[in-house]
Design a binder for this molecule. Structure first.
Ligand SMILES: [Zn+2]
Length: 386
C-alpha cells in the first residue's frame, strides 16, 4: 500500500563541497563558483596574513591601553571559563603583562567540570574576577519565553554575555574589551581577516541577538524592566565617555581551537570533559553549562537541520585534522541525537515533552524540513549527496 502513495521529498539542501556546512546556516554563508563556502575561504585566508605584523599591532595596542597611572584596569576580558577564555587570559596576563578584569555572565546550571575550570582560572591567573548570575527565577522564565518566541532557550545568555561585560567596562572605566573569535567570521566567513573588524552594538543586536533584545521579554510571564537591568547595553553616551572598544583576538593571532586546548591543558591544567557528549565527538567545547551541548544545540538542529557536530567537523576539515568523508560520518552519527539532558531541562523550566516538541516544531525551517507520508520530519542529508 505504501508504494502507491506519492513519496514526499524534502527540499534540496546545498552543501559546501569542501566542509559540511549547508548554505542555509545559523551563520550567514555564501558559496563561490566552485561550491566552496565563505567560511572555508576565510579559513584559507589565514595563510596569507602577515601574523608577525599583526602581533606587533597587538603589542602596540596593549601599550596604548595599559594604564599609566595604575588607577584602572588595562583591559576587560569576557570569560566563560572555557579553553578560549584561558587562552585569552594567558595571552593578556602572562604574555603581554596586562592587568585584566575578568567578567563572566553565569548562565546557571553549571557543570562540575566547568566549575572546576573557573576555580582553576582564578587560581592560576590571579586576576580580579566578577561572576554575575541573574535571578534564577527570572532565568527559568526567560528559558521558556526564549524557546516559545525565539526558538532559543538561551537567548538570555546571548544578551547577558553581550551586555554584562560591557556594563562592567563602563562601570570600571575600562576602554579595551578583548573578545575571542568573531564566530560569524571564523565559522561562516562573514568578514575577511583583512577587515580587522571590531565589536559593535550593531553586531551584538543584529547577529548575536538575532534582532531581539531585553524589551522583547518585558510583559511576558510578568517580567518587568527591573528584572532585566543586567541585559541592557550601555547608552552611546556612556560607551563614548569611557571610549569602550571591543577587539577580536582571532584577528591578531589566527584561530585554532585545538592548539588552544592543548596549550591550556599542558600549561594550566585545563580540564576537558571526561565523557563524550550526546551531540558531538569533541570534549573540550561548551563545558560550562549542562544544557549547552544538549538542548540548546538540539534546537539549532530543529531549526536549521544541523548541529554543533557539523560546526566541529567543519573546523577540523578546514584545519586538516579530518577528511570530509570522516566529517560526514560524524555528522550522521551525532547531529540528530535528542540529548539526554532534555528531561532535566524540562523539569528546570516546568514543561512537558509534548509541549516542548509542539513549540520546537514551529521553528523548523520549511526550506529544510518537510513531513513525510508517515508524519515524520525529513530533510535532505549531506550523506545523500555526491
Ligand atoms: Zn565550507
Amino acid at each position: 500500500m505504501t508504494n502507491e502513495q506519492p513519496r514526499v521529498r524534502p527540499p534540496r539542501v546545498i552543501y559546501c563541497t569542501r566542509c559540511c556546512y549547508p548554505l542555509l546556516a545559523a551563520t550567514p554563508i555564501t558559496l563561490d563558483a566552485d561550491g566552496v563556502c565563505s567560511g572555508c575561504r576565510t579559513h584559507d585566508e589565514q595563510k596569507t596574513i602577515d601574523w608577525k605584523r599583526r602581533e606587533r599591532m597587538f603589542r602596540e595596542l596593549c601599550d596604548d591601553y595599559r594604564s599609566k597611572s595604575g588607577k584602572s584596569y588595562d583591559c576587560l576580558i569576557p570569560v566563560s571559563g572555557g579553553k578560549d577564555s584561558f587562552y585569552q587570559v594567558h595571552l593578556l596576563k602572562n604574555v603581554y603583562k596586562m592587568n585584566p578584569l575578568l567578567v563572566t555572565y553565569n548562565e546557571n546550571n553549571e557543570t562540575d567540570v566547568g566549575r572546576r575550570n573557573i576555580q582553576r582560572m582564578k587560581d592560576v591567573f590571579g586576576c580580579d574576577y566578577i561572576n554575575f548570575t541573574p535571578s534564577v527565577d527570572v532565568l527559568k522564565k526567560m528559558n521558556r519565553i526564549g524557546l516559545r518566541r525565539m526558538g532559543d532557550p538561551d537567548m538570555h545568555a546571548h544578551m547577558g554575555i553581550n551586555s554584562v561585560p560591557i556594563q562592567a567596562a563602563v562601570r570600571y572605566g575600562v576602554p579595551l574589551v578583548i573578545w575571542g573569535e568573531h564566530g560569524f567570521m571564523n565559522l561562516g566567513g562573514m568578514h575577511s581577516y583583512k577587515d580587522l573588524v571590531e565589536y559593535t552594538a550593531r553586531y551584538r543586536k543584529e547577529h548575536l541577538l538575532r534582532g531581539f533584545d531585553w524589551p522583547d521579554f518585558v510583559g511576558e510571564e510578568g517580567l518587568e524592566e527591573k528584572n532585566l537591568l543586567w541585559a541592557k547595553y550601555p547608552d552611546d553616551s556612556e560607551i563614548e565617555r569611557v571610549g569602550v572598544r571591543g577587539i577580536f583576538i582571532s584577528n591578531y593571532f589566527g584561530w585554532n581551537q585545538d592548539d588552544h586546548t592543548g596549550l591550556m591543558v599542558r600549561e594550566y591544567g585545563f580540564e576537558v570533559n571526561a565523557l563524550p557528549f550526546d551531540r558531538t565527538y569533541k570534549r573540550d567545547s561548551n563545558l560550562n553549562n549542562v544544557h549547552d551541548n544538549g538542548i540548546h544545540d538540539y534546537m539549532k538542529y530543529v531549526k536549521f537541520g544541523y548541529g554543533r557536530c557539523t560546526d566541529h567537523v567543519c573546523r577540523d576539515i578546514r584545519s586538516g585534522a579530518m577528511t570530509r568523508a570522516q566529517g560526514i560520518d560524524l555528522v550522521r552519527q551525532y547531529d540528530h541525537v535528542v540529548p539526554g539532558d532534555l528531561p532535566r531541562w524540562l523539569a528546570y523550566v516546568g514543561m512537558t515533552r509534548v509541549e516542548f516538541d509542539a513549540i520546537a516544531d514551529t521553528f523548523r525551517d520549511p526550506r529544510v524540513w518537510v513531513k513525510n507520508e508517515y508524519g515524520h520530519w525529513i530533510k535532505d542529508n549531506i550523506w545523500n549527496h555526491n
